[in-house]
Design a protein around this ligand. Structure first.
Ligand code: UD2
Ligand code: MN
Length: 347
């Protein structure tokens, strides 16, 4: 009953129990919050320490927070300079010694499997696929690799070397191989520049940069074979570079030149037909050597070349990369190059 001392006592007793309960509750909540905030502070302190470590150790240790390892901070590389500081200029190019590819690999430790390289201390200005039409030219390829890898690295290119080998023993078709090389290289990496290099053409000056320019570039210009002079103004053979855009603008290269001759002139016609011109290095920088060789078997002069050449303008939009029908039989990653073996079909 109210007023009854025992009643009053039991009410007071209940109120005290409630107050004690609330105090426990309050303490419990405070303890939980404290522990959590302690953990946070600890992590914060750790984070600070590891950041301090990072500044001391130049961004090498991973940042640790909440006990897990976060991404390693990636240092953004500066762009490479327009002209590489590593160039040496004129080179001595000889073919009177035997090339040991094991040695070439040792001398070029930064070339990755498949013949890939990119500069470590700056971001290359262009991604360049170097494409070589190939069959029965093993000795020439060794010289090419021996001379070109050091040059391309000094030029600070992000590059890959693709040797496109014709399978079988039918008449050689250089442009079907080059078109296939373009398509296969692009599947591997977003190259924006393509160099098409005869296996036997070697530059004599590393200032002849294997990159792309505002116009299709004639790299293999002044050959020792022609007295270091341009044999004719429309000459566009040996070694050339086209940006992806320039290559697509001419619909790549003609597929129907079987055997020797005319295909490089057809490419020149395509370039001019599409309103572009040929860019060339000067006569000093553009000097090249071609390894002396006889005509290859199964690459006889193409009797149809003159007739095909006369119709470039009519055929180029339908005959090129958009009509290429070849079959890749294998892709092999060697130390210094990627070899793609191709069935180019028959004449
Ligand atoms: C000239 C051109 C070449 C090409 C050829 C006509 C220059 C410097 N070169 O070179 O670009 O237009 O005339 O087709 O102007 N190949 C093989 N195995 C063979 C045949 C050819 O690998 O059995 C490859 C190899 O990369 C070679 C290229 O095709 O360098 C051109 O063939 P070539 O060297 O016999 O032609 P060449 O020296 O007359
Ligand atoms: Mn040749």
């Amino acid at each position: 009953m109210p007023g009854d001392p025992s009643f009053t006592f039991s009410v007071l007793h209940r109120i005290c129990k409630l107050v004690v309960l609330l105090c426990f509750l309050h303490i419990a909540v405070a303890v939980v919050f404290y522990v959590r905030s302690f953990d946070f502070r600890l992590a914060f302190v750790q984070n600070q320490q590891s950041n301090n470590n990072i500044s001391k150790s130049q961004n090498t240790d991973p940042v640790v927070s909440y006990g897990k390892v976060l991404e390693q901070p990636v240092k953004k590389l500066e762009k490479c300079p327009e002209t590489s500081p590593l160039l040496v200029g004129p080179l001595k190019v000889e073919f009177n010694f035997t090339v040991d590819l094991e040695l070439v690999k040792k001398e070029n430790p930064n070339v990755q499997p498949g013949g890939r390289f990119k500069p470590k201390d700056c971001e290359a200005l262009q991604k360049v696929a170097i494409i070589i039409a190939f069959r029965y030219r093993e000795e020439h390829l060794k010289y090419w690799l021996y001379y070109l890898h050091p040059i391309l690295q000094r030029q600070q290119l992000d590059y890959g070397v693709y040797v496109i080998k014709q399978d079988g023993n039918d008449t050689f078709n250089k442009c079907r191989l080059l078109n296939t090389g373009y398509a296969e290289a692009l599947k591997e990496y977003d190259y924006n520049c393509f160099v098409f290099n005869d296996v036997d053409v070697i530059p004599m000056d590393d200032r002849n940069t294997y990159k792309c320019f505002s116009q299709p570039r004639h790299l293999g210009v002044y050959l020792d074979k022609f007295g270091f002079r341009l044999p004719y103004n429309g000459c566009f053979g040996g070694a050339t570079s086209l940006s992806k855009e320039q290559y697509l603008k001419i619909n790549g290269f003609p597929n129907n030149y079987w055997g020797w001759g005319g295909e490089d002139d057809d490419i020149y016609n395509r370039v001019v037909t599409k309103g572009m011109s040929i860019s060339r290095p000067d006569s000093e920088i553009g000097k090249c050597r071609m390894i002396r060789h006889n005509r290859d078997k199964l690459n006889d002069p193409n009797p149809q070349r003159f007739d095909l050449l006369a119709h470039t303008q009519q055929t180029m939009d339908k005959d090129g990369i958009n009509s290429l029908k070849t079959q890749v039989l294998s892709i092999q990653k060697f130390d210094l190059y990627t070899m793609i073996t191709v069935d180019v079909g028959k004449p």
